[in-house]
Each structure stands twice: as C-alpha cells, then as structure tokens.
Design a binder for this molecule. Sequence first.
Ligand code: ZN
Length: 117
Amino acid sequence: MDEKLNELLRTVRRNAAGAACGVCRKTEELVSAVRLRQRIAELEREEAARLAEAGRMVYATHTGTPTPTEALLEKLREIDVLKAELASLRREDGRCAACGAVIPEGDRFCRACGHRL
Ligand SMILES: [Zn+2]
C-alpha cells in the first residue's frame, strides 16, 4: 500500500506545473491521512495480540501453570505503551483517544464510550 501511495505522489509531482500546486498539496494531505490510519490499524492489531497474550498468561496461571509475575507485568507495560501511542495518533486523526470513534466537532465526551475529550 505504501508503494502505491508513493507512486501516486510521484505521478502527481511529475505532472504538476509547480511545487505549490493545489492538487499536490491535497494529495499529500490525503496520503498523510491514509498513512496515519494505516499506523492506527497496525497498532490496534498489535494491541489485540498483546491483550490476547496477557489473557493466555492469566488463564495459564488459573489452570495451574503460573506465569511469572514479572513476565505478565512486562506484557502489561507493552500494552500501556501501545495504548499511549494509539491515543496520540487517534487524537491527531480527530478521533476518540480511548476507542477510536469519530468525534463530531464541539463534543466534550465520546458518544461511543463516554471518554472525556
Ligand atoms: Zn470513545
């Protein structure tokens, strides 16, 4: 996908009359928005995978194969880091930092999860 976006940018730049062309600027904004959403989707998949791993550690403990506390805490810290990066990127994309829902302008709380904005 990144290759296609880069090719699109190159094509637009090749065909543009000058560096300040409006189509170029719009295209670059669009490409940035797509990249931001791709990164958010990637982090959401990573977060889901880490949460599943933490869940398996807890369940293994429940069923008699205790996970060392430090290993579980390390996994939880990894999830904290992912959540912080996700929150930042979601805000940048005009979405709720907690759940990723689109936020209508002027709202003070997320309509999907109630998170204070
Ligand atoms: Zn929300």
